[in-house]
Design a protein around this ligand. Structure first.
Ligand code: NAD
Length: 257
């Protein structure tokens, strides 16, 4: 039994978590760290330093890198900084940074459309490509993307977000097809409706929709960051060596209803 449990350990592993300063990905980074991984939190917010300091007060080191993933050039530089902190090794890439904007499609501003696609979709591809190069040399890697319920359906008032998250699901499969034979698994977690800042404005902008959604969640509640932790550690671990190309909902049963 002990030997089996060690397959879930992330001791000695090195991880980069984008969007890790707060919200769901802070919880995800915490889980990877609790399981033993050294972690770099990459985020555009100053808060990332404080989050890393708190998280790293015990166990393996936790580093902070502040940077903007919406621009391809700065993304490459920022990724280089992350890799440097990890002495050139990366075992786990968690692509979690994401933004949202709610607006009727007919009025949806093009600059918002572009920014959402840049951060939610293009950055996932560019970072995976950069990390993939190191992982292919190592013949080992775990890429975990944060998808969404809108990877499966279109929702309303979020056309750019839905398009970006459907793209994340497809990138996950496309990269898995190329890399799973080289020891690199590529999977996505599709959180259901989670109680974070990103979704808080739905409660205000569209209270009817908020109420309707809550009523449709079989678990009877919105998810919390902790609800993602078990799956993320599993996917990052050696126990999940044969799981790749999957987009797995963590949604209190929402998708099944
Ligand atoms: N909250 C939900 O209900 C829900 C549901 C499904 C999927 N998701 C996804 O989970 C992920 C985390 O969402 P959250 O709810 O925790 O949101 P959040 O806003 O709390 O966290 C997102 C993080 O991404 C960072 N970020 C944004 N733009 C960035 C950029 N240009 N460069 C670097 N970092 C940037 C933010 O600073 C923030 O720390 C997102 O990908 C989101 O789409 C959330």
């Amino acid at each position: 039994m002990d030997q089996f449990i060690t397959k879930f350990s992330l001791e000695g592993k090195k991880a980069v978590v984008t969007g890790g300063a707060k919200g769901l990905c802070q919880g995800i980074a915490q889980a990877l760290h609790d399981a033993g991984a050294e972690v770099v939190l990459l985020d555009v917010l100053d808060l990332v330093t404080e989050t890393a300091e708190e998280m790293g007060s015990q166990g393996a080191p936790v580093h902070a890198v502040k940077g903007d993933l919406s621009d391809e050039e700065s993304l490459a530089a920022v990724y280089g900084e992350c890799l440097e902190k990890l002495d050139g090794h990366i075992d786990i890439l968690l692509n979690g940074a994401g933004i949202q904007y709610r607006c009727p499609a007919v009025d949806f501003p093009h600059d918002r459309w572009q920014k959402i696609l840049d951060i939610n979709l293009s950055a996932v591809f560019y970072l995976s490509q950069l990390a993939g190069r190191t992982m292919l040399e190592q013949h080992y890697g775990r890429i975990i993307n944060i998808a969404s319920m809108t990877s499966f359906f279109g929702s309303v008032l979020v056309p750019a977000y839905a398009a970006s998250k459907a793209g994340v699901a497809q990138i996950t499969k496309a990269l898995s097809n190329e890399w799973a034979g080289n020891g690199i698994t590529v999977n996505a977690i599709a959180p259901g409706y989670m109680a974070t800042e990103l979704t808080r404005n739905m409660k205000e902008v569209n209270p009817e929709q908020y109420k309707e959604i809550t009523g449709r969640i079989p678990a009877g509640r919105w998810g919390e960051p902790e609800d993602l932790q078990g799956l993320v550690v599993f996917l990052a671990s050696d126990a999940a060596a044969y799981v790749s190309g999957a987009v797995i909902p963590v949604d209190g049963g929402f998708m099944a209803k």
